[in-house]
Design a protein around this ligand. Structure first.
Ligand SMILES: Cc1cc2nc3c(=O)[nH]c(=O)nc-3n(C[C@H](O)[C@H](O)[C@H](O)COP(=O)(O)O)c2cc1C
Length: 237
């Protein structure tokens, strides 16, 4: 293992006042400075600064029967009754987007968490393979079909869900779209959920993403009660 890649968690366990003193913002980038950066550097910086993003593989199938799998870091929860999720799709114009085309053809897709054991395979699903090539095969993951749902799940994923497409929202500012789906089925090991329904992602050994190529394992730090203005802890201590 490359020692320089090992993170010493102890070093980061500072109090908030120690942290505020320790941090020096030696980097300040204005909008203009960001625009002048080398393209790749700009993309890497901007893709990193939102913080950790969820690591998911979206499974679809074309009408002609080709399975497709691609990594997406932009999955976001939109509603709980019923469950709604959206993800951001880059411009669909000039480049072929199999995930989008398949969802438009079949109306369904799956979202599958990436487990630490197949981070690298998950990453390589982002490569541009021909439409008739299945990323399941090229990246060594197994398609799984459940309950007559038309889109493939990732067999190796610990948490997976089946969604029905309900809406596509154009985002004019970035020429992207948000594809929105409603949960039809949800699968995960019940041992990972507590009596309140909280799912322990560390126990699942699922991972997070920074930027477009860096993957993090997750460490549960704390759970807090529902925040009420009348029940604040003493933050001075
Ligand atoms: C870490 C990572 C995250 C990504 N997240 C997204 C995303 O949120 N939206 C998107 O449109 N493409 C994203 N991509 C790019 C897609 O995975 C890539 O364009 C893929 O080829 C799409 O597959 P498809 O043509 O089969 O739909 C991401 C790539 C990587 C490596």
């Amino acid at each position: 293992m490359n020692v320089s890649n090992v993170v010493d968690n102890e070093a980061f366990q500072t109090t908030k006042s120690q942290n505020a003193k320790r941090i020096q913002h030696t980097m300040h980038l204005t909008k203009e400075a960001i625009l002048k950066l080398d393209r790749i550097k700009r993309i890497n910086i901007i893709n990193s600064v939102s913080g950790i993003k969820p690591a998911n593989l979206i499974g679809t199938k074309s009408k002609s029967g080709n399975n497709n799998l691609a990594i997406f870091s932009s999955v976001v929860h939109l509603g709980s009754t019923p469950g709604y999720f959206g993800f951001i799709m880059r411009p669909t114009g000039e480049v072929r987007r199999d995930t989008y085309d398949n969802i438009m053809e079949t109306g369904v897709f799956t979202i599958n968490h990436i487990h630490a054991s197949f981070a690298e395979q998950g990453h390589y699903t982002s490569a541009k393979f021909d439409a008739d090539v299945s990323e399941f095969e090229t990246c060594g993951l197994s398609p799984e079909f459940k309950l007559d749902f038309e889109a493939p799940f990732v067999k190796e994923s610990t948490l997976k869900m089946a969604l029905k497409h309900v809406e596509t929202v154009p985002i004019k500012a970035t020429n992207t779209i948000m594809v929105i789906g409603e949960i039809q089925h949800l699968f995960f090991p019940d041992s990972s959920m507590n009596e309140d329904g909280m799912i322990d992602l560390e126990a699942l050994d699922d991972i997070g993403i920074s930027g477009l190529n860096t993957y993090y394992q997750l460490k549960k730090m704390a759970s807090y009660p529902f925040a009420r203005a009348t029940e604040l802890p003493n933050f001075d201590s």
